[in-house]
Design a binder for this molecule. Structure first.
Ligand code: COA
Length: 160
């Protein structure tokens, strides 16, 4: 079975990798799809985010890294894969995720969203928290893998 795990991944953290690794064991092919949002300039470019995802998932055999722009419901059709994976960290994620899942199903009736419960140790983790710690020169080694840690150091070496 083929699934799509969409997100911003700016940058990928251990929280995302936990979901990707678990998907890799449960599904035949996992498309990690990076949202290319032209109205929101991220810290990392889409190519940088994709490269960090490639590097940190290269030990897994069935992961494809891709990017998409526009509606997720249309991307799903283009990729001929209508199962979406989303991670749930806490109850606070639920309302937003439920809204997205319902909107996506309204836009494309074949879309199913499956939720995976994040590991307890990742419930507080988010890419923006990691970016903020790195921007102030803090240690992010327990939040992100080595290549991401290096990329964050390079990104913020001149300060914020
Ligand atoms: N562990 C740790 N952190 C996690 C996590 C996990 N398992 N899963 C998500 N996060 C964090 C991310 O790091 C991110 O943190 P940040 O906000 O501090 O940067 C935050 O949770 C949300 O990230 P993400 O999962 O990437 O979701 P998103 O809201 O940025 O993007 C899309 C969600 C891409 C699926 C959605 O915006 C989309 O489909 N856009 C396309 C347009 C569209 O179709 N819109 C209509 C559908 S409603």
């Amino acid at each position: 079975m083929k699934v799509i795990y969409p997100g911003s991944f700016d940058p990928v953290t251990f929280g995302h990798l936990d979901i990707i690794e678990r998907c890799s064991k449960k599904f035949g092919h996992v498309i990690v799809a990076v949202l290319n949002n032209s109205s929101k300039k991220g810290t990392f470019s889409i190519e940088e985010r994709m490269e960090l995802l490639r590097e940190t998932t290269k030990h897994l055999g069935n992961i494809e890294i891709d990017a998409f722009s526009g509606l997720l419901a249309e991307y799903v059709e283009k990729r001929d894969c209508n199962i979406l994976i989303r991670g749930l960290r806490a109850v606070s994620d639920f309302e937003y995720e439920m809204q997205m899942a319902l909107v996506n199903r309204k836009l494309n009736k074949d879309v199913e969203t499956l939720f995976m419960v994040s590991k307890g140790e990742h419930v507080y983790l988010s890419s923006s928290i990691v970016r903020e710690i790195a921007a102030y020169g803090g240690n992010v080694s327990c939040f992100v893998p080595k290549p991401v840690e290096r990329a964050l150091r390079d990104k913020f070496k001149g300060g914020i």
